[in-house]
Ligand binder design. Sequence first.
Ligand code: 5GP
Length: 183
Amino acid sequence: MTSRLTVIAGPTAVGKGTVIKHILDNYPQVKLSVSATTRAPRPGEVDGVSYHFLSTDAFDAKIAAGQMLEYAVVHGANKYGTLREPVEQALAAGEQIILEIDIQGARQVKAAMPEANLIFIAPPSWEELVHRLTGRGTESAEEQARRLETARTELAAQGEFDHVVINDEVAECARRIVELMQD
Ligand code: 5GP
């Protein structure tokens, strides 16, 4: 049985990572696709688990070989992409698989697979988003400014999604997403 792909996007610092971790911890039937990226690992990130960390040359070779389902330059800096083969295998096996990718990638997936279910996680307000981004303190001021700029553009694109879920409470946001995956 082939299952339907779920794509989750939303602006930086909206809490996507926390919501997705909650889903993976509490709904074991749901699997997360591991993306490839050219950015350097952050402390604690594990190659093959957090991301497949690739050099720019290795990433470009996969694009040229048609092995990327989608890819994009995110925050004007690094390339991020979804490897086609593991996703196609998971769908063919009937698994419930989530892609956590940016808006440009979400558009590419929708174009390639119109049946994909696109879910946008939105913040309760713009002020709350700024507060969450500056509060986590993992990015430089310059990087924060770049990410807020991307966030502004991304928020404007939420109408392109099949569903919008507001992350005001993690467990509730996660529950709604899993419910929408059954649609
Ligand atoms: P971070 O550097 O914080 O791990 O991720 C930055 C952004 O890259 C996130 O907003 C995430 O949605 C996006 N991203 C992660 N993996 C992929 C991917 O495979 N494809 C695309 N298009 N975006 C991705």
